[in-house]
Design a protein around this ligand. Structure first.
Ligand code: PMP
Length: 451
């Protein structure tokens, strides 16, 4: 038996059958993938896309609301929502109108538009931090947060928690391997581990020890980690302890709400009344039109203020990019936040998230499996163990990758697009009761064949 209490032999057998069905029913996808391989590494526009799935990549024809359609005419209820970037659903009318209007008037001027004031003001209202800046992605928002933090503190190190993901920049592409820091991927400088510290999530003693030397510029964390290892929820005292020790050691604190922003307006920062020096967001904030943003306190913002404009000869923090904060992204974000990501929309996705968790819990209970269903507002999911893990190491031990891969292809063959490995399927604001039923029915069929 695997860690998940299911027979690995049976998992492999079903996987073989479902993989064959997947390929057989998708001749056009296979044809396009072959053509893609002639002109792109791995046959896809970003080579890593191929490694997100172990079945062939699906080629998409279009999407509307909560549904994706592939080039072979199959429709999917989408619970991956492009790894959280399409939480608004596909093609929400207010965003389509605003973006169409703006693109016709010019997509970039390298000059501000009024929308940027509205968007910064709305993010300030939602997240409680007064000043905002914009990039094209959450990765670059986190990169700029680190540069600002280094500039303020004069310290070089950055601390993350084990199991983190905050984008593809050097400082964060480091992981713990048997207690030793190692580069996560190839192509990184040999000393990439020199400026990064990693400690287990929920371990305030380890955090205290790591910050004691006052060498760390900033701690960056999701309020509840949702990447790589599933969901980790903070212990009751974790965030208060994190704020206290960062303040005491002169370390800045950044919450990365790129994924967790879907729990409600203002993300977990507002829901749990968290205090920090920075908040970063991205992905769904402009309905999948590229936009990253970071909020900061007045004290932090002071380092970016240049009263003398180009004649201000104090060294400038290394921030910026030609297309960052462009009018198209701003128009999309304004339409998304004012008309799509409303209080009612979040309430709708939360109701469906509970319905999904109820369905999953029912299947697990009737199969007599000792698994845990988590409830993370619009996002629900399964851990193949009796209680939700508290740390990344605990979570890794129960991941059962072959079973996760089987779930994904089994569901795809039944019209459900499962979330990539992370904190589980998410109900977008466009999702419906029928989508949730489709997920629960497909999962129920799999478990009935497995157990
Ligand atoms: N922060 C978190 C918490 C994320 O999950 C991700 C992407 N999965 C990022 C940052 C980076 O987002 P992007 O790839 O859009 O830059």
């Amino acid at each position: 038996m695997g860690a998940s209490q299911v027979d690995p032999g049976r998992v492999a057998e079903l996987k073989g059958r479902e993989d064959a069905t997947f390929v057989e029913r998708r001749p056009r996808t296979m044809e396009l993938w072959k053509s893609g391989q002639a002109v792109m590494p791995n046959g896809v526009p970003m080579s890593w896309l191929r490694t997100s799935y172990d079945h062939p990549p699906l080629f998409i024809e279009s999407a509307t609301g909560s549904r994706l359609r592939d080039v072979d005419g199959h429709e999917y209820a989408d619970f991956n929502i492009a790894d959280m970037s399409m939480f608004t659903g596909y093609g929400p009318a207010p965003v389509v109108a605003a973006v169409s209007r703006q693109v016709a008037m010019g997509s970039q001027y390298l000059l501000p538009t009024e929308d940027s004031i509205w968007v910064a003001g709305e993010l300030a209202r939602r997240y409680g931090l007064p000043k905002w800046q914009f990039t094209l992605a959450a990765t670059s928002a986190n990169t700029e947060v680190i540069r600002i933090a280094r500039s303020i503190t004069g310290r070089e190190k950055v601390l993350f928690f084990e199991g983190k993901y905050h984008g593809h920049f050097d400082d964060v592409l480091v992981e713990l391997d048997d207690g030793r820091l190692v580069p996560e991927e190839a192509g990184l400088p040999h000393d990439v581990t020199a400026r990064t510290l990693i400690v287990p999530f929920n371990d305030l003693d380890a955090l205290e020890r790591a910050l004691a030397g006052c060498e760390v510029a900033v701690v960056i964390t999701e309020p509840a980690p949702t990447n790589n290892v599933g969901l980790l929820m903070p212990d009751d005292s974790f965030h208060a302890g994190l704020r206290e020790v960062t303040r005491r050691t002169g370390t800045l604190l950044a919450y990365d709400e790129t994924h967790t922003q879907v729990v409600g307006p203002g993300g977990l920062t507002r829901m749990w009344a968290l205090a920090s020096d920075f908040v970063t967001v991205g992905k769904s904030i402009a309905a999948g039109i590229p936009l990253g943003a970071y909020g900061m306190t007045e004290e932090v913002a002071a380092v970016l203020q240049r009263p003398g404009g180009r004649d201000d000869d104090t060294p400038q923090v290394a921030v910026g990019g030609t297309l960052f904060g462009n009018p198209l992204s701003m128009a999309a974000a304004r339409a998304a936040m004012s008309e799509v990501l409303t209080e009612e929309a979040y309430a709708h996705s939360q109701r469906l998230g509970s319905r999904l968790a109820d369905g999953i819990e029912g299947i697990v209970a009737s199969a007599g499996l000792d698994w845990t269903t988590h409830r993370f507002w619009p996002r629900s999911g399964l851990s193949f163990c009796p209680v939700l893990p508290r740390t990344a190491s605990e979570a890794k031990a129960t991941l059962d990758v072959p079973l996760r891969r089987l779930m994904r292809v089994y569901l795809a063959n039944r019209g459900v697009w499962e979330a990539i490995i992370g904190a589980g399927p998410t109900c977008s604001v466009a999702a419906t009761d029928e989508d949730v039923d489709a997920y629960v029915d497909a999962l129920g069929a799999l478990i009935a064949e497995l157990v």
